[in-house]
Design a binder for this molecule. Structure first.
Ligand code: VTB
Length: 325
């Protein structure tokens, strides 16, 4: 692959690991404590501290909420030392607060960094999503096709029986029809409680994760974060905002969305040079969770960059625990 030049320094991808690691360690201390709010707060605090040491002039475009509802890492907050390139930042310091509070599988700390203007400024509404891994013809699956058509098209392209396909869907009552339609085809469903960023990324490695396709409605911010990862790994994804109520339309309009029914492609959600990092908080299909042991802490992180397509898995052992206090 020929590597184009970019305003972003490649060292930044590695520095992002420190940001997600720090948030993950903070949140992991509260695994299973039943306190989602506190787990989220410590992750936000830790992520923000580390982010502010980076030489970037960053603006949070997807964060903890709008300024009046989130004290830190709110949309529009500037982060970093201000000395480096202008970048847009999408983050979720704790993707899966409930999972963490219950110490269940698949909670992550996540960040995506891209050149200014490259990430969809998704409002805090729902997004209908469909995603599959790489190596398939463009448009193989589509939000405008029925679930049955999508599942069958994927099975055919993979050369397998429909019963060999597993769809990942959030376990929500709003998905009753979707779940019934997928089951009707004979395909299997992996229902997840939360954590659809990991659910989407899982489709890029079905051999390991057992997930072939992600379908259904989750958070729009999580959709953009997942899209950023898929831009780096390769894969297909479409998203459409769900803006049924006037309040949701207003939220979307405030973020500059004009066409509420627009179907966004992967590149329309995350374009340009995109970097992505995630660290496991609890064990999951993508990453192992944080381990505390004696006088060291272990973390597992994945960092990626769309420009080069490099994906790095970083297993880190932290002996100096003072930076996590
Ligand atoms: C999903 C899930 C996230 O939000 O995006 C979900 O993957 C959507 O909102 O982990 P609902 O819970 O209302 O369905 C999260 O749970 C994060 O809050």
């Amino acid at each position: 692959m020929s590597v184009k030049s970019s305003a972003l320094d490649r060292v930044l991808t590695l520095e992002l690991a420190r940001v997600t690691e720090r948030a993950a360690v903070a949140a992991a201390r509260l695994r299973g404590h039943g306190d989602e709010v506190r787990a989220d707060r410590v992750a936000v605090d830790a992520m923000r501290k580390e982010l502010n040491t980076l030489d970037i002039a960053g603006t949070v475009v997807i964060g903890e909420g709008e300024r009046d509802e989130a004290p830190m890492l709110y949309i529009g907050e500037t982060v970093g030392t201000g000395k480096g390139p202008k970048v847009d930042i999408a983050l979720d310091p704790l993707e899966g607060t409930t999972i963490t509070a219950k110490a269940m599988a698949n909670s992550l700390t996540v960040i995506a960094v891209a050149e200014e203007g490259s990430l969809l400024h998704a409002p805090d509404v729902y997004m209908d999503k469909i995603a599959i891994g790489g190596g398939f013809p463009d448009g193989l699956v589509d939000l405008d096709k029925t679930p049955g058509e999508n599942i069958k098209a994927l099975a055919q392209a993979k050369g397998v029986d429909v019963r060999d396909i597993t769809a990942c869907i959030l376990d929500r009552s709003r998905h009753a029809k979707l779940i019934a339609a997928v089951r009707e085809t004979g395909a299997a469903i992996r229902l997840i409680g939360d954590g659809d960023v990991a659910g989407v990324i899982d489709t890029t490695n079905p051999e390991e994760t057992g997930t072939d396709i992600y379908m259904g409605i989750g958070g729009a911010p999580e959709g953009v974060l997942a899209a950023a990862a898929l831009r780096c790994i390769g894969g297909q994804m479409q998203g459409r905002l769900v803006t049924g109520s006037d309040a949701q339309k207003q939220r979307a309009a405030k973020m500059g969305i004009e066409d509420f029914d627009r179907k966004y492609t992967l590149c329309e959600m995350a374009s340009g040079d995109v970097m992505f990092a995630a660290t496991g908080v609890t064990d999951g299909s993508l990453l192992s969770g944080v381990r505390f042991g004696g006088n060291k802490i272990s973390t597992e992180t994945v960092v990626m960059r769309s420009l080069t397509g490099t994906i790095r898995w970083i297993k880190a052992t932290h002996s100096d625990q003072s930076k996590f206090e």
